[in-house]
Design a protein. Structure first.
Length: 118
């Protein structure tokens, strides 16, 4: 049993390091992305293609990161793009409006905010 626990603990630590590196890579990509790039990413959450709990499970963490890593002007520009697309895109538009800004928790000791994990 002890060796099994040791193996599982090492696997957990490797996964945590991988997740941290992936978050860093995603942050750099989001920070470098143009508004058009971000629109294309958000389009992958098209209401007609994305339904059920998978939509919320992956969309909400993305929005949380966008609000943390991009400025309010970029978020307003994204909201304007999707607002112009009408009712099918209202959930996306609503998530991008200033009153929906995610409050990512960031403990003083943390290297990064405590994001939602899918």
């Amino acid at each position: 049993m002890s060796q099994e626990l040791d193996t599982v603990w090492r696997l957990r630590n490797a996964a945590a390091v991988t997740l941290g590196l992936t978050e860093d890579q995603m942050r750099h990509a989001i920070e470098a992305a143009s508004t058009d790039d971000l629109v294309a990413l958000l389009e992958s959450f098209a209401p007609g293609r994305s339904n059920g709990p998978d939509w919320a499970r992956t969309f909400e963490p993305l929005i949380e990161r966008l609000w943390t890593w991009r400025d309010a002007a970029t978020m307003a520009a994204l909201a304007d793009v999707f607002r112009g697309r009408g009712m099918p895109w209202m959930a996306v538009t609503h998530a991008l409006t200033a009153n929906q800004r995610a409050a990512a928790r960031h403990p003083a000791w943390a290297r990064q905010p405590a994001f939602t994990v899918v």
